[in-house]
Design a protein around this ligand. Structure first.
Ligand code: SF4
Ligand code: SF4
Length: 135
C-alpha cells in the first residue's frame, strides 16, 4: 500500500535528536549498532547508553544532543527503530490528532494533513518498516 502525496520530509534540523531519554534501544538495535561500530554489545551499553528505568536509552553528548548526532545521524544505517519510524508511529493510528501535536515539534511534518490521509501514510510506512532488516 502506498499513500501519496507524502506528508513528511525531514529538514535535517536535528531537533528530534536533542534532549534526554527519548531513544530506547531494543535488543535488535543493540545488536545492529554494536556490529556497525565493531564493538561488543557490552561496550555499546557502557559507553553510549544510560538506563532509563531499567531500559537502555542513548546517552547525550555535552551539547545535549544524542551521542550519535554529528550534524546528522552518524549511525543512520542502523539507527534505532524509534528513530527509523519517526514520525510514522502507532500512536497516530490510535488518534490521528497526535500527528498535529507532533508537528509542533518537527518542522518536516505537514501540519494540515487530513486525518484519513495521515492514517493511510502512517500505515503504509509502518508496513514498509516492518519488512526491513533489523525490525
Ligand atoms: S525534528 Fe523532524 S525535521 Fe527535524 S531532524 Fe527530526 S525528523 Fe527531521
Ligand atoms: S540515533 Fe541518530 S536519529 Fe536517533 S536520536 Fe541519535 S542521532 Fe538522532
Amino acid at each position: 500500500m502506498t499513500c501519496d502525496p507524502e506528508i513528511f520530509s525531514c529538514t535535517q534540523c536535528g531537533d528530534c535528536c536533542k534532549g534526554f531519554g527519548g531513544t530506547y534501544l531494543a535488543e535488535k538495535d543493540i545488536r545492529a549498532i554494536a556490529a556497525h561500530l565493531g564493538i561488543s554489545e557490552t561496550e555499546l551499553l557502557q559507553k553510549y547508553c544510560v538506563l532509563s528505568g531499567n531500559r537502555p536509552v542513548l546517552a547525550q553528548g555535552k551539547d545535549g544532543f544524542c551521542i550519535f548526532f554529528d550534524r546528522n545521524c552518524s549511525i543512520h544505517a542502523v539507527k534505532p527503530q524509534m528513530c527509523r519510524k519517526w514520525p510514522y508511529i502507532e500512536s497516530v493510528l490510535v488518534d490521528p490528532r497526535n500527528w498535529r501535536i507532533m508537528a509542533d515539534m518537527c518542522p518536516g511534518m505537514q501540519r494540515d494533513a487530513q486525518p484519513s490521509h495521515v492514517i493511510c501514510c502512517v500505515r503504509s510506512h509502518l508496513e514498509k518498516i516492518s519488512t526491513m532488516p533489523n525490525t
